[in-house]
Design a binder for this molecule. Structure first.
Ligand code: SAM
Length: 247
C-alpha cells in the first residue's frame, strides 16, 4: 500500500488530504528515531497515514483512544455518526472500525492500539517518543492535560503535531491553538509551516537547550483559559537522549 493508494480510499475521519499527507511524511522521518504516538484514533484515518509512514521507516505507532467518542460525537452532537453506535450497548464504539482499518491496510505489526483515556496511559509512560500527535478531546481541560502529559516524553528533535489549530475563533474551538502557542512560548520548539489546521512543531536539539532555558525565563505563557486547568508542567528540559533526534 502506497500513500497514493491510501489517498484513493475513503475513511471516516476528520482530516484533509494534505494534512494527512503531511502526517505520513513526518512519521516516515520521525519513526527512524523512536516510537510515534497519537491521541485520538477514532476510525483510523490519521493512524493509517502515520502508520504507513512508520511502517516504511521500520517504526511503531501507538494509537490511544478510549473509543467512546468525544463530546461532539455523542448522540445530538455536531459530529454524531449513528453508524458508530454499538447496537448491544447503544453507545458510540469506534474500536471495531479502527481495527478493520488497520487490518485492511496490513498495519497490525506497526500500529499498536491502546484502548484507554490518554491521561491514564500517560501516568506510567516512560518511553521517549519521536512524534506526538494530539487530536483527542477538544475540551480545554482535556487538551491541556494531553499537552502537559505527553510533551515531556518528546525527545529532542521530535515532532509535536496538533490538529485543529484555528486562529479565527469563528472557525473552530480555541483549545488546540492555545497549546500550540503555549508550546511556542515555552521556547522548546521551532515552528514549521502549518498545513491548514495542522500545527507542526519540532523540539529543539540539545545544542540549543541552554539558550532555551535562558529564553524560557523571559517568556510568558500565553492564552491561559479562564477557569480551566493550567498545564501541570511545561515541557521539561531533561537530559538529552544520547543520539541526536531526526535531522
Ligand atoms: C477528533 S477525533 C480523532 C480523529 C482522528 N485523528 C482522525 O484522523 O479521524 C477525537 C477522538 O479522541 C478520542 N478521545 C477523546 N477524549 C479522549 C481521551 N481523554 N483519551 C483518549 N481518547 C480520547 C475520541 O474517542 C475520538 O475518537
Amino acid at each position: 500500500m502506497t500513500r497514493e493508494e491510501l489517498n484513493k480510499r475513503v475513511f471516516k475521519g476528520f482530516m484533509a488530504e494534505d494534512e494527512a499527507d503531511r502526517l505520513y511524511e513526518i512519521a516516515r522521518e520521525a519513526a527512524r528515531f523512536g516510537p510515534c504516538l497519537e491521541i485520538g484514533s477514532y476510525c483510523g484515518l490519521s493512524a493509517a497515514y502515520l502508520g504507513l509512514g512508520c511502517r516504511e521507516a521500520g517504526g511503531i505507532l501507538f494509537s490511544i483512544d478510549h473509543h467512546g467518542g468525544s463530546e461532539e460525537q455523542q448522540p445530538g452532537g455536531e459530529y454524531f455518526d449513528p453508524e458508530l453506535i454499538d447496537p448491544q450497548t447503544g453507545r458510540v464504539d469506534t474500536l471495531p472500525l479502527f481495527r478493520r482499518t488497520i487490518r485492511e491496510l496490513s498495519l497490525e505489526d506497526t500500529v499498536v492500539p491502546i484502548v484507554a483515556r490518554s491521561e491514564v496511559v500517560a501516568r506510567c509512560w516512560q518511553t521517549p517518543l519521536s512524534l506526538v500527535f494530539i487530536d483527542g478531546s477538544h475540551a480545554y481541560d482535556a487538551v491541556f492535560t494531553d499537552y502537559s502529559s505527553w510533551v515531556s516524553h518528546l525527545r529532542p528533535g521530535g515532532f509535536l503535531l496538533i490538529h485543529d489549530v484555528f486562529f479565527d475563533p469563528a472557525q473552530g474551538g480555541q483549545a488546540p491553538r492555545c497549546i500550540y502557542q503555549l508550546a511556542i512560548a515555552s521556547g522548546l520548539f521551532t515552528e514549521l509551516p502549518l498545513v491548514r489546521t495542522l500545527g507542526i512543531l519540532r523540539r529543539v536539539t540539545p545544542e540549543r537547550m541552554n539558550d532555551v532555558e535562558r529564553d524560557q525565563r523571559q517568556r510568558n505563557a500565553v492564552c491561559p483559559p479562564a477557569g480551566n486547568t493550567v498545564p501541570r508542567d511545561s515541557p521539561r528540559v531533561e537530559s538529552p537522549v544520547p543520539e541526536a533526534g531526526p535531522s
